[in-house]
Design a protein around this ligand. Sequence first.
Ligand code: ADP
Length: 249
Amino acid sequence: MSRTEPLLTVRGLAKSFGATPVLRSIDLDVPAGTVTTLIGPSGSGKTTLLRCLNGLEVPEAGTVTVSGGPSVDFGDAVSQRRLAALRDCSAMVFQHYNLFPHKTVLDNVIEGPVIVQRRPRPEAVAEATALLERVGLGEKRDAYPFSLSGGQQQRVGIVRALALKPRLLLFDEPTSALDPELVGDVLSLMRELAAEGWTMVVATHELQFAREVANEVLFMDGGVIVERGRRRRCSAARTRSARGASCSG
Ligand code: ADP
């Protein structure tokens, strides 16, 4: 995949809740190996957009295309198979971590690879362990989420997303629920992932992070992208997404 070719292309995406339009004709191109940040006031549609990108919400109109993967036209009746194929391309990191409280850190991380992706458990355990060590949480493998700080829980949330080997990482205000002193570790990890060439779409209130790390900053208001600011061109080394796990079409 060329570095200018979008990994993710969105055209005319529209979503309403009841009679209230929440996303209006969203167009978006996310080149492979780049970071796109979504900035905007509360209620502007950032979370809904992220959820539409991985099929957690079903829009009424528009297309979402993942290069080398599915192209879903929401104007037509969308099959569950197609929605599942779209879902397989990305992994979401949630504001409130969304870890299973009754499962250990390790079991939280291997749940997706083993249950959803049907990968061999020993392989999933080895990969999860390596990822947890990488983020400094190797010793917390057998701990339960309640015993971890918010920052540690969110790093587990990120590891859980990475363990799925997605083409695209989606972050929904990943530091908004954290005490200020815990925000730095999570942002550092996200900076590392960006430098490794992961393709990321990040809803955030961290303007400094957006300024430093994002290739494109999108300002949303009232369900519309009202302004787009390109920050840097993506580097030639950013090919992580091109060699990342494939998703079916
Ligand atoms: P942001 O992430 O920018 O804060 P959201 O995407 O969460 O914005 O919300 C956009 C709008 O959609 C808000 O007005 C919110 O109240 C509404 N909304 C979000 N989810 C739902 C839902 N499940 N049902 C009804 N309204 C919703």
